[in-house]
Design a protein around this ligand. Structure first.
Ligand code: UDP
Length: 241
């Protein structure tokens, strides 16, 4: 879409799960799906919006899975964090294939692969219209990439987190299982927590609430959906105060 399309947003963070990159597979990366999402990101970048991204690692490894199978929890969480780095590199490759300059910025130092996280440097990249993909979560075990997304969105002064999912918002029950499930247009952080609405984990929601950071939940499966919502169209749920 044209760079002249209007949007109220100057800087946003897009959070997607690792599973969003699997396509129809049950594990790993599906390059055409990665490219499809990269095109969605590019279309928003073309509007002049500064974009941060956090991608989960659940398509490869989750710490909780490993620890359930007897692995030491911290080690398993580090494996999960490393999985997010692979996903970030795949997304960088797809975005750069489309001509969008990106930086992968890792919370765990691995200088040959990604930049270390230095807040001021990341802000500068955004000002220069480079997409910043924040990898390795928060760098700490016992957290999730939802919390990492909320942390980075606050640090980067993003106006909102856009949480891309398989459905077009937050429902009162699972819309895949229950056809009578109702979608919220708006819902408060506290209601999400009290009703366990499953938007993000509780620590991420609390961190967003305490810093008044809106979370926009939308469908990433809808072609043009990300750009549409930034232009003020489409269906989504806004989680806010
Ligand atoms: N992880 C972690 N600390 C973080 C972020 C992630 O230990 O700050 C680990 C954790 O084991 C998690 C895994 O990385 O299960 C993958 O992240 P997540 O489950 O958030 O991925 P998603 O569900 O979004 O694909």
């Amino acid at each position: 879409m044209s760079g002249t399309e209007k949007t109220a947003f100057k800087r946003v963070l897009l959070k997607i799960s690792g599973e969003a990159l699997m396509g129809d597979q049950s594990y790993g990366l599906h390059p055409p799906t990665v490219e499809r999402i990269a095109r969605e990101v590019k279309s928003v970048h073309d509007m002049g919006v500064e974009i941060c991204m956090v991608i989960g690692g659940g398509n490869v490894f989750r710490g909780l899975q490993g620890s359930a199978q007897g692995m030491e929890r911290t080690t398993a969480d580090y494996m999960g964090m490393l999985a997010t780095v692979m996903n970030a590199l795949a997304m960088q490759s797809a975005l750069e294939g489309l001509g969008v300059f990106t930086r992968v910025i890792s919370a765990i130092r691995m200088d040959e692969v990604a930049e270390p996280y230095i807040r001021r440097r990341a802000v500068r990249h955004l000002e220069k219209k480079r997409v910043c993909i924040f990898a390795a979560g928060t760098g700490n075990p016992y957290f999730t990439t939802d919390t990492a997304a909320t942390l980075r969105a606050n640090e980067m002064a993003c106006e909102a987190i856009f949480k891309g999912t398989k459905v077009d918002g937050v429902y009162d029950k699972d819309p895949v299982k229950y056809p009578d499930a109702k979608r919220y247009d708006e819902v408060s952080y506290d209601e999400v927590l009290q009703k366990h609405l499953g938007v993000m984990d509780a620590s991420a929601i609390a961190l967003a609430r305490d810093n008044n950071l809106p979370i926009i939940v939308f469908s990433l499966d809808e072609p043009g959906g990300f750009r549409g919502i930034l232009a003020g169209e489409g269906t989504y749920t806004r989680v806010g105060g």
